[in-house]
Design a protein around this ligand. Structure first.
Ligand SMILES: [Zn+2]
Ligand SMILES: [Zn+2]
Length: 496
């Protein structure tokens, strides 16, 4: 199990404002504070989600160049963590920029003084250090018998309304070296942005017409770690829209087709693709999605969208959702309108339920099977019924909006305008920016950064089976040669 930390931008700004206050007025004075953290547990990664800082009161700490806390402050913070059923984090500042290591005093303070009492929460102590530039470093202290073992985090991410900032330990997670194949990409947005892009694990849920183009774009810009989730196989009626699919591919799992395409188009030296042929509300796929740093939602299903709403809001994993909607005039066989959209889901963005991408009754209907019942679907209003019409150029438009919105979120500087959602109208030719927020009583607002404490109630238990993406080629040799070969194998086996 690896470990990471994710902050809401509010918690990050509040903590760094406090911890760096003395450096900012020129004094060489470190500072400290405690915080609460919620676990977010994926298949191979545990993330500490931090949204609440416990600031010291008068007398809670002594400043003497270094800094020390008084026992009352620890007791007060620990009591609060236990009462809330969450973990305890301890953070302090150093007077230099970048990823921070630990001094002997730092190790003593965390391992010998804090890690054992923090264990009363049932969760490990999370220690964090910030440099003068706000760059975080983090570690978990986990009990192994009588010892406390330090596990360095790979990454600390900060999720805000405008941007996603990731802080890495370059020693354990080195950035991608500049390669000639990526020359134009590096020259477009710079090596710092490329260092972030290349170290993300990106999830794509739905590998249909939009998802396949998203996958291709990401492979080209140097993303090296993918998690692909889709239970479907290629069918004949997909061939007019599905990138890389040919008539030979009918019956092939869509995740396998995408995996093959990513491996062929990848611009990184090593590419790692996890392909899961199942719906994202299956336990194994859900936990694999929790291992991702960002997730693309390219599926037009209410259940999948509801699951991904949890990822974006409760687990601080930004989700980029999008889709194409076409209206036709069946009476005279013509296109009436088409639009496609993309929007980000985090606690700072509107959730997919509030922006009308699905509603709760559609989730129930999909789970009980009535959404697949054609007699029932015929009774729905036209906009809910005709959801399958689409053409390749419209998918291209939706995929481009999704990928560019995510890149913008990764690269955004302070002065860039806020963009939560973009809608493109085909007939009017317009591209609108929509920055609406969730409804006041939206349930997903209350799930902000609550991690494992919030999960979809209808998850299906399942084991992640490895798909056979490369089936063995048919043996075309004559029967007698296959027979001799078989006998020879048996003889060789029995003699060994
Ligand atoms: Zn220190
Ligand atoms: Zn909402």
């Amino acid at each position: 199990m690896t470990c990471d930390v994710a902050f809401t931008q509010d918690a990050h700004l509040a903590a760094t404002r406090h911890l760096l206050q003395h450096f900012e007025r020129g004094a060489l004075q470190e500072d400290l504070c405690f915080a609460l953290w919620q676990p977010s547990t994926g298949a191979t990664r545990r993330t500490a989600l931090i949204d609440e800082i416990i600031f010291p009161l008068d007398g809670d700490r002594d400043l003497h160049g270094n800094v020390s806390y008084n026992p009352e402050y620890l007791t007060r913070s620990l009591d609060l963590a236990i009462a809330r059923g969450v973990g305890l984090a301890f953070m302090h500042s150093h007077p230099s920029p970048g990823w921070q290591g630990m001094s002997e005093t730092d190790v003593w303070a965390e391992r010998d003084r804090l890690a054992y009492p923090a264990g009363a929460t049932g969760l490990p102590l999370v220690g964090l250090t910030t440099g003068t530039d706000g760059h975080w470093s983090a570690r978990f202290w986990c009990r192994d018998g009588r010892q406390m073992i330090r596990h360095w985090c790979r990454q600390v991410r900060v999720i805000g309304p405008r941007s996603y900032t990731a802080y890495y330990n370059d020693d354990t997670t080195p950035p991608q070296p500049r390669r000639n194949i990526l020359k134009r990409t590096f020259d477009t947005w710079g090596s710092e942005a490329q260092a972030t892009v290349s170290r993300l694990r990106v999830g794509i849920v739905g590998l249909g017409s939009v998802g396949a183009i998203v996958a291709e774009s990401l492979a080209r810009i140097g993303v090296s770690r993918f998690t692909l989730i889709d239970p479907d196989v290629v069918e004949e009626h997909n061939l007019d829209r599905l990138l890389h699919a040919a008539p030979d591919d009918i019956g092939v799992l869509k995740v396998c087709l995408a995996k093959r395409a990513i491996e062929r188009s990848a611009t990184t030296e090593v590419v790692n693709v996890l392909a899961l042929p199942m719906s994202v509300h299956h336990d194994a796929a859900y936990h694999a999605a929790l291992d991702c740093d960002v997730v693309f939602s390219c599926v037009d299903r209410p259940v999948a969208r509801d699951v991904l709403n949890y990822l974006g809001t409760a687990h601080l994993i930004p989700v980029v959702d999008g889709g194409v909607a076409v209206e036709t005039k069946p009476a005279n066989d013509r296109l009436l309108s088409a639009h496609w959209r993309a929007h980000i889901v985090t606690p700072y963005h509107r959730c997919m339920r509030c922006n009308g991408q699905y509603n709760s009754s559609m989730v129930v209907m999909e789970l009980d099977g009535s959404l697949a019942d054609s007699a029932y679907v015929a009774t729905l209003p036209a906009q809910d019924r005709d959801r399958n019409q689409n053409v390749f150029p419209f998918s291209l438009g939706a995929a481009a909006l999704e990928v560019n919105l995510m890149i913008r979120f990764l690269l955004a500087e302070d002065w860039w305008p806020l963009v939560r959602q973009q809608d493109q109208q085909f007939v009017a030719g317009t591209l609108d920016v929509i920055n609406a927020e969730c409804q006041p009583h939206c349930a997903f607002r209350a799930r902000r950064a609550r991690g494992d404490a919030e999960k979809p109630p209808y998850l299906v238990q399942s084991v992640a089976a490895k798909p056979r993406c490369h089936p063995a080629a048919a043996d075309l040799r004559p029967w007698w040669l296959r027979f001799v070969d078989r006998i020879w194998r048996i003889v060789r086996w029995s003699g060994s």
